[in-house]
Design a protein around this ligand. Structure first.
Ligand code: SAH
Ligand code: MG
Length: 221
């Protein structure tokens, strides 16, 4: 197992070096997150590049992210949008949201990245009420217990032909062998099962880092 993990890491590094070299801004962002004691749970550069490819593939202009942390994945995705594109990202922790805003500005992306503070489900309800709940893609990367609820919302929010993406769908392997599963593991198992069987989406899990779910919405609501 550890040899496999070592090989996977080296291949991931190869992909990142070739396709996703970090610029000074992304490096500063990682350093500063570490300095402030933020958890080391941002997507990898290789995942950032994959998110960008997927958004470009569907011509995404409006993207919703659930779970901002310091804005690392937000910056990767915002950079993949065309001029006039918009990424709304939801974060419950005001300090993290403020930090992400600061870095979005430093990246020259403050017109493209809109960080909203609050519990994601509340923010989503407010967007639906305000009539701004139309997206080309939704990237789910927040509290695992709510993944099934976020999937329900994604079907309301994402257009036909748009993407539902989610990080950590392997949950560090706990989806295979946690017995009995804890609440987060159970929620991810349910999320994955529904992605596999719901007729409104064509999806699979891509084994990059901790697993990235990729689904295309096949019928609108
Ligand atoms: N997408 C980020 C990492 C997000 S980490 C990146 O790759 O760079 C998950 C984030 O979700 C944490 O910052 C956490 O504070 C936030 N979060 C947890 N529960 C939440 C909720 N109910 N609503 C909004 N954000 C939440
Ligand atoms: Mg994650």
């Amino acid at each position: 197992m550890s040899d496999d993990a070592g090989l996977r890491d080296r291949l991931d590094r190869y992909v990142a070096d070739l396709f996703a070299p970090e610029d000074d801004l992304l490096r500063d962002l990682r350093d500063e997150m570490a300095r402030r004691g933020f958890p080391d749970i941002a997507v990898s550069a290789s995942q950032g590049a994959l998110l960008g490819v997927l958004l470009a593939a569907v011509g995404a202009r409006r993207v919703l992210e659930i779970g901002t942390l310091g804005g690392y994945s937000a910056i990767w995705m915002a950079r993949a949008l065309p001029a006039g594109g918009r990424l709304i990202t939801l974060e419950v922790d005001p300090d993290r949201a403020a930090f992400a805003r600061e870095f979005a500005a430093r990246a020259g992306l403050d017109d493209r990245i809109d960080v909203r503070v609050g519990a994601a489900i509340e923010s989503i309800r407010a967007m639906i009420d305000a009539g701004e709940a139309q997206f080309d893609a939704c990237f789910i990367d927040a509290d695992k217990e709510n993944y099934p609820a976020y999937l329900d919302h994604a079907f309301e929010l994402v257009r036909t032909g748009g993407l539902v993406l989610a990080d950590n769908v392997f949950w560090n392997g706990r989806i295979l062998d946690e017995d009995p599963p804890d609440e987060g593991t159970r929620a991810i198992l349910e999320f994955n099962r529904r992605l596999a069987t719901d007729e409104r989406i064509r999806a699979t899990l891509v084994p990059v880092r901790d697993g990235l779910a990729v689904g295309v919405v096949t019928s609108g609501t």
